[in-house]
Write a protein that binds this ligand. Structure first.
Ligand SMILES: C[S@@+](CC[C@H](N)C(=O)[O-])C[C@H]1O[C@@H](n2cnc3c(N)ncnc32)[C@H](O)[C@@H]1O
Length: 270
């Protein structure tokens, strides 16, 4: 993983929340919220909560009186999440690294994490920390993106950018968000951390955006791909965004863009 892969700051959090969340994250947030609510947790921890896509869905699904600790490595992401969330005395916002969770043993009934595990430098170690803060009968519910070929617009965008930077194509999307999808590796990492009851499933959905320009802005400017483009040539960010829009338009036309996205959803118990 490159150093900039985990940095969601500057202009990224707002564009991420305004564009990327409705396009590809909300639909999976609803799925995680259903799984969390099915466990009726009294104490819930969310890791890598970002701008709060899951937090909003979970808060709407859970009753009063619970304790819901919402964390992320990047404070600017959590600031957008807190701003978007109505006042809610169940929620505690806290900056926290998944690699060093600042919580006591067996504090939580459920730990949830949407599209965060791919960013953890050592997944088995992170899962060990999650198991430590879970109660003995608790559940870790999380998802990761499947391979990039099953996530159509992101794949098309990555291919288009390779033409603009042929000597050093930006590989953020392949390397990190779509770089951890082998079910046997995910299972082995969980087992190394002490999880025993592990259910893993593939879940396909549809990404929806009003136009090719929207897709390009979401992916090129609302993710750390932005930093990767700027590291090559900061003056080319808009040209790169326009090139991706053109490639998406060529495949999907000038109207709304809908195509396949795919993730892997995991429920694990000690
Ligand atoms: C793709 S976003 C997902 C955000 C959110 N869960 C959602 O569904 O929109 C990945 C998130 O992981 C966070 N992240 C990266 N490394 C992390 C770490 N070591 N510990 C906690 N969060 C981390 C980033 O700040 C970012 O908000």
């Amino acid at each position: 993983m490159s150093n900039t892969d985990k940095v969601f700051a500057g202009s990224i959090p707002k564009i991420y929340d305004d564009y990327l969340v409705p396009m590809i994250f909300s639909v999976y947030a609803e799925d995680l919220a259903r799984r969390v609510a099915a466990r009726s947790p009294a104490a819930l921890l969310e890791i890598a909560a970002g701008t709060g896509a899951v937090t909003r869905a979970v808060a709407a699904a859970l009753p009063r009186g619970i304790r819901y600790v919402v964390t992320d490595l990047n404070e600017p992401m959590l600031a957008v999440a807190a701003q978007r969330q109505a006042d809610d005395d169940r929620i505690i916002w806290r900056q926290a690294d998944a690699m060093a969770l600042p919580f006591g043993d067996a504090e939580f009934d459920v730990v949830c994490c949407q599209f965060g595990a791919m960013f953890f430098p050592d997944r088995a170690k992170a899962y060990g920390g999650i198991k430590r803060v879970l109660k003995g009968d608790g559940t870790f519910v999380f998802n990761v993106w499947d391979r990039i070929e099953d996530n159509v617009v992101t794949h098309e965008a990555t291919n288009a950018l390779a033409k603009l930077f042929p000597d050093d194509p930006p590989r953020f999307m392949v390397r990190t968000p779509h770089g951890y999808h082998d079910k046997s590796i995910i299972r082995a990492d969980l087992e190394r951390a002490g999880f025993r009851d592990i259910a893993i499933e593939t879940r396909s959905e549809i990404s929806r955006a009003p136009s090719a320009e929207y897709v390009a802005l979401a992916l090129c400017q609302g993710t750390p791909l932005r930093s990767e483009i700027e590291a090559r040539d900061a003056s080319k960010l808009q040209a790169a965004t326009d090139l991706v829009a053109e490639a998406i338009r060529a495949r999907h036309g000038s109207g709304a863009v809908e195509d396949k996205i795919q993730a892997i959803v995991i429920e694990a118990r000690p």
